[in-house]
Structures are given as C-alpha cells and as structure tokens.
Write a protein that binds this ligand. Structure first.
Ligand code: NAP
Length: 310
C-alpha cells in the first residue's frame, strides 16, 4: 500500500481512533501518526502501546503540520475541539470526524475551520461496546461501511483521498447527504440502542423482584440487549442529544408498531403475529446475504468451556 497522508493527527484516542491507528500502520497508509486525548493516562497508554509516534498535551499542538486531522471524540466535544484547533491547522490539510451524528457535528465544526482547509465529515459503521485506547484492533473496519457526508467545504480531491484511506483500512465507502445519514442511523443504530438500554433497565427492576434469575437465564435474547446496553454512556448521551429529531421520529413509529403487536397479542390474532415475524425474518436474511453479519447460530459465539462439575 502507499502512504496517503504524511502526518495524521488523531484527536481522541479511544476505540475508533486506536483502531484507525492499528489499521493505518498495518496497511502502511500514514507516514507519521500523532495524537492527543484529554487525560494524561490515555496519552501515556497511547505511547506505551505504540498507537502514536508522538502525543501532545493539547489538540492545538497535535494538529500542527498534519495533512489529516481526525476528530474522534464524543459528538458533544467536537465544538470546543474545533474552536481550539482552527487557528493551528496547516493550509491544505483535511479535517474529518468519525462522529455517529452528522448534521450536529457539521454545525459544530465547520464554522471554526479556516479557508484552505477541507472538511469531509465521516462515520464508520463499526464498533464494539468497549472503549478507550486499548480497545482498538486493525480489522475493525474490514468489510464494514464508512459513510462520508461531503459538504461545501469538502473538495472532491480531499474526499477522494479520504475515501482511499478508508478503503485502505478495509472499509466499503459510500457518500450520503448528512440529514439522510442521521435518519438512516436513527433506524439502524440509535433507536435500537435506546430500546436495548430500556429493556435492560426493565430487567434491572425485575431482578429486584426475582433475585438473580434475570442474570442466570440471560443466555437468550436478553444477553444481546445487555451487550448493546454496555456501550459508552458519554457517547450515547451525546448521540441522543444531537440526533433528537430523527430519533424521536423513529421512536414514535416504533411505539405505534408496538401497540399494534400488543393489540394482536391481546386479541389472540396469531395470523398477524406470524405474518409480522415472517417479514422481519426476511430482513435478517437480507443482512446476512449482504455480508453484514454471520449466519452461524448464536452469532457464531463459541460456548465457554464447561466449569468442573457441569
Ligand atoms: P472512546 O473509546 O470513549 O474514546 C473517546 C476519546 O475521546 C478518548 O480518548 C477521550 O480521552 C477523548 N476525549 C473525550 N473528550 C475529549 C476532549 N474534550 N478533548 C480531547 N479528547 C477527548 O470513544 P469512541 O468509541 O472511539 O468514539 C469516538 C467517536 O466515534 C464518537 O464521536 C462516536 O460517536 C464515534 N463512533 C463510535 C462508534 C462506537 O461503536 N464506539 C462507532 C462509530 C463512531 P480520555 O480517554 O482521555 O477521556
């Protein structure tokens, strides 16, 4: 692979940034990788495990001389970071972000960037429930989508370069209007997370009634809710605060559907339930055929070794 950027500055050194650092190194896509994170602990870890060649105490210092700056902080922190780095960006550099919401990030970041700097917003549709500098791995983006949402400040050349970087890290790249991105993500990611958080909250209440049964028997669907509901609280708070309209729209539709199913159960309308579940099963099949999940039973989980006496 060829070097696409001579110096990449990662602002925020958590799951997404550390996965990018590993993937860029493995594929020889960046000359030098420098970084900044809020806490001295994270900065020290990033050096210790070789995520960055150099780390800086401030974002302003980290971006100097970089030809690519990646904002990989929670969505709510983007505004202040953009204001800090704006005056220190090199002419001709590209700024991108990996935030899960696009319109709010564009509103927060774009006004702070000087002329001569391209801004190409992005969002890799890949992640885990883990966070921090040690949670990243090089293959996180392989065969996953990365959505770019170019705006007026994104030159075609800057967008093409960034596309090449994501493709070099193994991702499939598509371009989308920012408002459409936010609606699509409210359907496929944001609202499902809210539902998982709620379901785990309900079970938590129940646990107080039925002691540890909820934990003990959680090997069914509930376990997958708990995995999603273990996602980073700061990140998800910011997602709901900044993609408010789209999430409320989808949540309204979800509630209507829930009432339809609730009524079918009350009325004993088995045919309606059967037809509904047949339609949803076809959606799952479509996801597997599109290569976005495994068809293996239980998501391909390997059963943990049996404990002595089991
Ligand atoms: P993460 O693992 O929690 O890491 C966040 C990083 O941002 C940490 O290094 C943190 O530093 C740093 N940070 C927070 N506030 C900061 C500030 N004011 N100044 C400087 N650094 C700051 O988060 P992540 O999962 O990588 O998420 C980063 C972004 O990617 C978010 O915008 C999220 O929406 C998006 N995203 C996440 C996923 C996912 O599944 N996780 C998927 C796609 C996109 P400290 O460690 O010092 O606190």
């Amino acid at each position: 692979m060829t070097v696409i950027y001579q110096r990449v500055a990662l602002i925020g050194l958590g799951l997404i940034a550390s996965s990018m650092a590993h993937a860029m190194r493995e594929n020889g896509l960046a000359g030098e990788i420098v970084g900044h994170a809020k806490s001295p602990e994270t900065r020290a870890t990033a050096l210790e495990i070789g995520l960055c060649d150099r780390v800086f105490d401030t974002a302003a210092a980290a971006v100097q001389g970089a030809d690519l700056v990646v904002l990989a902080v929670p969505v709510g922190a983007m505004d202040a970071i953009a204001a800090e780095i704006g005056p220190h960006l090199a002419a001709g550099c590209t700024v991108t972000d990996v935030g899960s919401v696009k319109q709010a990030v564009i509103e927060a970041v774009a006004p702070h960037l000087p002329e001569g700097v391209a801004f190409v917003p992005g969002h890799p549709l890949a992640g885990t429930e883990h966070s921090g500098p040690r949670s990243g791995f090089a293959s996180l983006f392989v065969n996953r989508w990365c959505l770019l949402t170019p705006i007026e400040q994104s030159s075609p050349e800057a967008t093409a370069h960034l596309r090449a970087l994501w493709e070099g890290m193994g991702a499939k790249v598509d371009e989308m209007d920012p408002a459409h991105h936010d609606l699509v993500l409210a359907v496929v990611s944001h609202t499902p997370h809210l539902i998982a958080y709620t379901m785990v909250g309900v079970a938590d209440h129940l646990r107080r009634v039925s002691n540890s049964e909820v934990i003990q028997y959680s090997a069914s669907g509930f376990r997958d809710f708990t995995r999603i509901a273990a996602s980073d609280p700061t990140m998800w708070r910011d997602v709901f605060l900044t993609n408010k309209d789209a999430v409320l729209d989808i949540l309204g539709r979800f509630t209507e559907e829930l009432f339809v199913l609730q009524r079918a159960i009350r009325m004993g309308d088995g045919q309606q339930l059967f037809d509904y579940f047949t339609r949803t099963r076809a959606i799952r099949r479509g996801i597997i055929e599109a290569g976005q999940d495994t068809a293996a039973p239980d998501f391909g989980r390997v059963a943990p070794p049996a404990k002595p006496g089991e």
